[in-house]
Design a protein around this ligand. Sequence first.
Ligand code: NDP
Length: 327
Amino acid sequence: SERIRLGIVGYGNLGKGTVKAIQQSQDMELVAIFTRRNPQDFHIDIPHVKVEHISTALDYQDEIDVMLLCGGSATDLPEQTPQFAKHFNTVDSFDTHAKIPEFYEKVNKAATEGKKIAMISVGWDPGLFSINRVMADAILPNGENYTFWGKGLSQGHSDAIRRVEGVKNGVQYTIPSDEAIDKVRSGANPTLTTAEKHRRVCYVVAEEGADKAKIEETIKTMPNYFADYDTEVHFITEEELQRDHSKAPHGGFVIRGGKTGDNNNQIYEFSLKLDSNPEFTASVLVAYARAAYRLYKENQYGAKTVFDVPLSYISPRSNEELRRDFL
Ligand code: NDP
């Protein structure tokens, strides 16, 4: 059968991850990468794949089945998704949870106008975690959902450390609290604040002669970022930072403690442990590009979320094969 032809908009961490994910998918091919920067500055070592300026994207309407939108959630996607959804089937990973309802409305209007499919907020959270929150809640109505994040590198908190006086470089990991997870797994359905659910571990490279005690104190008492958390600060060298902390790991847990019948505890748990957050997120986007393509082929259109997609639509396998090997 014919391969699904893909384009990528935005060549950051996620964009690079999608290139690798497409290479692992035999039913897909990458046509072009679109960027706002100078395309001449990019060298992609894959035959037939073009790098183009984003302003030329419309010339590719007949050559691309699904456009993977890999821009940032803060400012890129709110602008790019509605624009692209008028002219292409799209998949994005918009992850500003509080703004998803308003984003959905805008994108749905654009995609409906263009009679295209726009898969929004795909990834792991939102995305796979969202699916599991819905499943657990539907199956165990008498219960409570919990989401824990980490161990994961947080960009915002790492930036905050690097702004502290005397700090040369640093990273911050958000780590779920074992104590909190154990409580949830016991079925106690405790009331937990975000701060009680997570702790923060910082690896800091200090400038020569800097006052380490003062740096540690400044970090630990920083309002909003660290003050409410159990925070650890470790001083390391620049070499150690480059060697041990240059990946972007992430993951987490969705857990629901529910009760059925005569006070029986039912614990639902889904977890991810990721060496590379962008590569995994990209792999989810690519699987959902398959779904976007199939929905489009059925003449459906509008904005869709992971809740709207039959599971078999993300799989490259036939329904016969799925029933035989995966049921
Ligand atoms: P990046 O900051 O790496 O890239 C965002 C955009 O910035 C790119 O598309 C690119 O656009 C531009 N850019 C990238 N590098 C540079 C550079 N060196 N100089 C100038 N511009 C640059 O973000 P990520 O790829 O890491 O993440 C994208 C989004 O994915 C995040 O904002 C997050 O919301 C979402 N995400 C969602 C997840 C989920 O589970 N749903 C999980 C992880 C991430 P251009 O090529 O046009 O310049």
